[in-house]
Design a protein. Structure first.
Length: 640
C-alpha cells in the first residue's frame, strides 16, 4: 500500500467487549480498503487491549477515530485530528466515520476520562446524575484498588516484625527500639502511611485524569495530618475519599477554563495542580477537616464502648458485608471501616473483618474437596486455588464459584461471614494490621489467636455446609461439554415472533445442556444489552450476548430462522436470519473471548454466512463455526 495514502488509527470498544468491538474493527478495515486509507485498529475488548499503537504510528497518523461506548484515554493523541463516536456508528457507517475522522478538528492537549463519560450522553445515556454516579463509583474503586498493595505490603511487614521481633509487655507485643526488626516495623508503618494519600490521589485521577493526581495525593496527606485542623487522630480513609472527590472535580473544573494557546502547555502541569491543592487543602483545613475528624472520633469512642450483644451485631454486619461481594464495594467499605479505626486505637472491628475475610474462599475450597462429585472439574480446580488465597486473606478466591452458582454460594458466604465476624466480636479478637486471614494470626498481628481461629472455623463450617446443602446434585452431563458449541446448541430452521422470543429460546437451549443455571437472569441481561443498542449487525445477522452470573460455563447458541427472519432493528433494515447467542460467566477467563472475536470477524464476511444458510444439518453448521474460529478442540478447562 502506498505511504502517500492517509493513515487513520482507530480504537473500537463496546461495554461488554465481546462482539461489537471486533465487528466494528472488521467493518472499518473493509471500508478503509475500499477508500484507499491505511488503517490500524486497536481493540479494547474483554480479553484486553490488542494491537496497541506505537509512538511512531501515532506520530505518523493523519487522524484518530475512537469508536467506543466506554472510557478511552485520549491524551496520547495530542495535536491529531480526532473523531469520537459510538461503536455502533463504526459498524453501520464505517466509510462515513473514516471520512469524518480525516476532517475532524485537532484534539486539545488533554482530554479527560470525565469528558469521555459526558460524551456518552450522545450515545443514549441522557442522565447526567447517572453519569456522575458511575464516575464516582469507578473513581472510588480505582482509589481502593491502587491502595490495596500498600495495605497488604505494610500489613504483612508489620505482622512479620511483630511476630519475629516482638517481645511480650503489659500492653501486648512490642519491638525493642534497638532491634533490627524495629526497622522492618518502620518500613511497614511508612507503607501504611501512604494508604490514604494513595486512595485520595487515584480517586482524583480517575475523575480529572493526570492533573488530579498530585492535588489528590497532597490533600490526602492533609486529611491524615490532624494537627493541621486541630485533631489528634485525623479523618482516616473518610477524609481521603472526601479530598479525592473534591480534588478531582476542582481540577476538572479548572481544566475547562479557556486559556491562551501559549498558556495551555503549562496549564495542566503547573496551574491546575497548584490551584487545586490550595483550594481543596485550605477548604479541608479551615472548614471540612475538624467536623469530619470530630465525627470520626465520636464513632471511635462509640465502638470502643461496645461489648456483648453490641459487638456481636457489629461483627455480624461487618462479616456479612465482607463476604457478600468478595472484593466489591460492600467488602471494601467494611474493610476500610475496620482498618481506619486501627490508627484511632480500636483494633476490634478489624479483628472482626480479619476473621470474615478468609471465610468465603476457605469454605469454597472445603466444599469442593468434600463433595467433589457435585462440582465440575473447573469448579474443583478453582476450589483448590481458593483454599490457597483464603489462607492469605484474599476474599476474591471465592468469586469463580460464586459467579457460576450465585444463588448457592453468595447466601452461604453471607451467613458464614456473619457468623465469623459475630463470634470474633463476642470473643474480643483484635487485629493490629490492615489485613486478614490466617496469615496475620500466624505472624502475630492478632490478639486472641485461639478465638480468631475458632471464629474462622465456625464461619467456614457454616459456609461450606450451606454450599453443600444448596448444591444438592451432580452436574448434568452434556454432549456439549467438550466445546463451546455443539449440535445441542444449534436451532435449525425455527420461527420466532420477535427478538425477545428468539433470545428466550436460545437461552433455554443452553440451559438444557447445563451451561446456564439461571435462564431468567441471562434473558434479562441479554435484553438489557439490546436496550442499550441493537446487537443486529446487518447482512441478516444478530449477535445477542450477555455476561451474567447465571451462566455456569461459556456457551454459543446458533439459530437459523425460517424466511423471512426476525425483525431486529438491523442497520440495513433486513430481518435477521442467523442468530448467535453468546453467554459467558462474570468471572470467565480470556480464551473463549478470543474464539468469539474470531467468530464476530468471520460473520462480517459473506463466506461463513452462506455456508450456515446452505447447511443441510446441524453437524455442518457446527463444523463451519469451529473451522472459522479454530475451536474444534476447545476444552472446558479453558473457561475455568
Amino acid at each position: 500500500m502506498d505511504n502517500d495514502e492517509p493513515l487513520v488509527l482507530a480504537i473500537t470498544a463496546c461495554p461488554t467487549g465481546i462482539a461489537h468491538t471486533y465487528l466494528a474493527a472488521e467493518n472499518l478495515e473493509a471500508a478503509a480498503a475500499e477508500l484507499g486509507i491505511r488503517l490500524r485498529v486497536e481493540t479494547h475488548g474483554s480479553i484486553g487491549v490488542e494491537g496497541t499503537f506505537s509512538k511512531s504510528e501515532i506520530q505518523e497518523a493523519d487522524a484518530v477515530l475512537i469508536a467506543a461506548d466506554t472510557s478511552i484515554e485520549r491524551s496520547r493523541f495530542h495535536a491529531k485530528r480526532l473523531l469520537a463516536t459510538g461503536v455502533d456508528a463504526a459498524i453501520k457507517d464505517p466509510r462515513g466515520c473514516l471520512e469524518k475522522a480525516l476532517s475532524a478538528p485537532v484534539a486539545s492537549s488533554e482530554t479527560s476520562q470525565h469528558d469521555e463519560a459526558e460524551s456518552s450522553t450522545v450515545n443514549g445515556d441522557s442522565s447526567g446524575l447517572k453519569t456522575v454516579g458511575i464516575t464516582l463509583y469507578r473513581a472510588l474503586m480505582s482509589g481502593v484498588s491502587h491502595m490495596v498493595p500498600f495495605v497488604v505490603t505494610g500489613g504483612l511487614l508489620l505482622a512479620i516484625a511483630l511476630s519475629l521481633g516482638g517481645q511480650p509487655t503489659t500492653e501486648g507485643l512490642a519491638i525493642p527500639e534497638d532491634s533490627w526488626w524495629k526497622v522492618i516495623e518502620q518500613v511497614g508503618t511508612l507503607a501504611f502511611s501512604l494508604m490514604v494519600p494513595v486512595l485520595s490521589a487515584f480517586i482524583a485521577q480517575a475523575i480529572a485524569d493526570r492533573p488530579g493526581l498530585a492535588p489528590g495525593f497532597i490533600t490526602g496527606l492533609i486529611a491524615v495530618n490532624g494537627e493541621l485542623y486541630g485533631s489528634e487522630t485525623g479523618t482516616g480513609f473518610i477524609g481521603g475519599i472526601i479530598t479525592g472527590i473534591l480534588a478531582g472535580y476542582v481540577a476538572l473544573g479548572i481544566r475547562k477554563i479557556p486559556v491562551n494557546k501559549y498558556v495551555a502547555p503549562i496549564w495542566p502541569i503547573i496551574v491546575i495542580p497548584i490551584l487545586t491543592t490550595l483550594i481543596v487543602g485550605l477548604l479541608f483545613i479551615y472548614i471540612i477537616g475538624h467536623p469530619v475528624a470530630a465525627l470520626f472520633e465520636a464513632l471511635t469512642r462509640g465502638l470502643a464502648g461496645l461489648d456483648g450483644g453490641s459487638a456481636i451485631i457489629l461483627g455480624a454486619v461487618i462479616g456479612a458485608m465482607i463476604a457478600f461481594d468478595m472484593g466489591g464495594p460492600f467488602n471494601k467499605t467494611a474493610f476500610l471501616f475496620g482498618g481506619g479505626l486501627i490508627a484511632a486505637g480500636n483494633p476490634h472491628p478489624m479483628g472482626m473483618a480479619a476473621a470474615a475475610i478468609a471465610v468465603p474462599p476457605l469454605a469454597v475450597g472445603v466444599a469442593t474437596l468434600i463433595r467433589r462429585h457435585r462440582f465440575s472439574q473447573p469448579e474443583r480446580d478453582s476450589g483448590i486455588a481458593a483454599l490457597f488465597m483464603g489462607c492469605f486473606g484474599i476474599t476474591e478466591g471465592a468469586i469463580p464459584l460464586a459467579a457460576a452458582r450465585p444463588l448457592h454460594v453468595i447466601p452461604a458466604n453471607v451467613a458464614g461471614g456473619a457468623i465469623a465476624g459475630a463470634l470474633a466480636g463476642w470473643w474480643g479478637v483484635t487485629d493490629h494490621v490492615m489485613h486478614g486471614g490466617p496469615i496475620v494470626a500466624v505472624l502475630g498481628a492478632v490478639d486472641g489467636v485461639a478465638w480468631f481461629f475458632l471464629a474462622l472455623a465456625c464461619g467456614v463450617a457454616v459456609n461450606a455446609g450451606l454450599i453443600m446443602l444448596f448444591v444438592g446434585r451432580e452436574p448434568t452431563p452434556s454432549s456439549s461439554s467438550s466445546a463451546l458449541i455443539s449440535e445441542d446448541t444449534v436451532l435449525l430452521d425455527v420461527k420466532f415472533p420477535d427478538s425477545t422470543a428468539a433470545i428466550t429460546a436460545m437461552v433455554d437451549s443452553a440451559s438444557h445442556v447445563g451451561r446456564i443455571n439461571d435462564p431468567k437472569a441471562v434473558v434479562s441481561a441479554a435484553l438489557e444489552r439490546e436496550r442499550k443498542g441493537s446487537t443486529a449487525v446487518g447482512h441478516g445477522v444478530a449477535i445477542p450476548h450477555a455476561r451474567c452470573a447465571g451462566v455456569s460455563a461459556p456457551v454459543l447458541v446458533c439459530a437459523r430462522t425460517t424466511k423471512p427472519g426476525v425483525e431486529w432493528n438491523t442497520p440495513d433494515d433486513s430481518p435477521a436470519r442467523l442468530l448467535f447467542l453468546i453467554a459467558v460467566p462474570e468471572g470467565a477467563g480470556n480464551q473463549h473471548l478470543k474464539i468469539l472475536a474470531k467468530l464476530a470477524k468471520a460473520l462480517a464476511r459473506r463466506g461463513l454466512r452462506e455456508e450456515i444458510l446452505n447447511a443441510e444439518n446441524k453437524t455442518q453448521i457446527v463444523r463451519a463455526i469451529q473451522k472459522a474460529t479454530h475451536s474444534d478442540q476447545v476444552s472446558p478447562h479453558a473457561f475455568a
